[in-house]
Design a protein around this ligand. Sequence first.
Ligand SMILES: Nc1ncnc2c1ncn2[C@@H]1O[C@H](COP(=O)(O)OP(=O)(O)O)[C@@H](O)[C@H]1O
Ligand SMILES: [Mg+2]
Length: 360
Amino acid sequence: MPDLPALPPGSVIGIVGGGQLGRMLALAAGRLGFDVAILEPEPDSPAARVAAHVIVGAYDDPAALKALAALAQVVTYEFENVPAGAVAQLQAMGVTVAPGPQALAAAQDRFAEKTFLNANGAPTVAFAAADTSDEAVEAVARIGAPALMKTRREGYDGKGQRWVETAAAAARVFAELGSVPVIVEAPADFARELSVIAARGRDGATAVYPLAENHHENGILRRSLAPARATPALSDQAERIAARVLQGLDYVGVIGIELFELRDGTLLVNEFAPRVHNTGHWTQDGCEVDQFEQHIRAVAGWPLGPTAAIARVEMLNLLGEEANAWVRLAHEPETRIHLYGKREAKPGRKMGHINKVKPL
Ligand SMILES: Nc1ncnc2c1ncn2[C@@H]1O[C@H](COP(=O)(O)OP(=O)(O)O)[C@@H](O)[C@H]1O
Ligand SMILES: [Mg+2]
């Protein structure tokens, strides 16, 4: 990362992506005195409506990127599929992009991601890559069925992945996933799914949040409980993993690392997201400095803030029509409401979340 002085309040921070994560980053940036510029192809996006500057354009549109570079000295993003070419163009115009291209490259490809993790002492399930149907059959034979086949790129919320129940089904599942490059994973026989949200500043300092315990339904995060019940040994393991990942990526910003806790108490890394993370939303009402402000502090070159829990939180995503219950929710004294301002409540769409807060 180039040696940039800390950004003073009044500066503009660029954010690629206009969804709810961009919106909550923009709100946190505003609290610290920054303006944000949002780059997003959809007009009227959740983030755009709380932003000082909005550029409506494709993420890789050279004119849009030029406009962003004219406004912002530092650019970050709310999703991991920012095109590598866009980052290169921004950097060529003298813009600092954080987290950097190394983190994006690893997070965009499940095979590169797991290879990076293992090389940096962060354990994962056994895995193998396959580009063709024959290689997919071979990969399942090597890993053993049942196995999970996932597209290497562009999967999210459980999309782009299927179980292969028997070796004989490998070719069919490969075709069902679109005959694109895949990764075949051994099943993790986990007791719980956990996540650790962590941050690294431009000076290399790190900060780690308490663990969250996460529950998914139909591939979508439903609920997080935090701080998760954890022995000191379990928290130490998670902190070690976070430190290795942050260091290995020469990372700047907040990262979300998804973990499997095996029945013997060992942690495996499932995947990481080089951005603020849905399982870190509890920090808004449960921690001293939340993940959104932390990310802004990191990319702006400010000192990281403290991450200790100040409350116990149950975070619930509001999907589709569930957000219509805002009146009832507003009557609950323990409930903090976070709505994203999305115009249309499609089924399964993340419309908001609530944090139910209890004393520690
Ligand atoms: N190797 C695995 N073994 C068992 N369950 C898995 C494995 N990989 C993923 N899962 C389950 O599928 C969910 C989604 O997979 P993940 O790799 O996190 O994809 P996404 O990018 O869609 O979040 C995980 O949260 C976990 O519940
Ligand atoms: Mg995941």
